[in-house]
Design a protein. Structure first.
Length: 123
């Protein structure tokens, strides 16, 4: 499910953000806890803890990031908060390529530590 969010940055400027409607993902089909958004994982999970996240994966200059929303730009860029993703098999994920970058919705198990998400597995 796609959503568009407009954030006002002052009296004359606004940033349009598009991305997943992650609030709709409240129940896990696997019977375990539902995947967290990137914002919830960053806020609620202790560093070094493995967690399942549902996110948008976007590469920026070839570096993959996970976020909940992307800025409406070409190429796409992650909105904050975002975490750099390391060790993920990008060629095995269902990502679309445009302008030399990749993007797509993913559900991954990662270990969060600061602004880094270390890939563990794909759901």
């Amino acid at each position: 499910m796609a959503a568009t969010v407009i954030h006002t940055i002052g009296p004359a400027a606004a940033v349009v953000i598009t991305g997943l409607g992650l609030a709709a993902c409240a129940v896990s089909t696997a019977g375990g806890p539902a995947p967290l958004s990137v914002a919830d994982a960053v806020d609620q999970v202790d560093p070094g803890t493995e967690v399942e996240v549902r996110a948008v994966l976007v590469t920026e200059d070839g570096v993959p990031y996970l976020c909940d929303y992307v800025l409406e730009s070409q190429p796409q860029q992650c909105a904050d908060p975002s975490v750099e993703l390391r060790g993920a098999p990008l060629d095995e994920l269902d990502l679309e390529a445009a302008d030399g970058e990749r993007a797509g919705e993913v559900t991954l198990r990662v270990v969060l530590d600061g602004g880094i998400a270390e890939y563990v597995a794909t759901r």
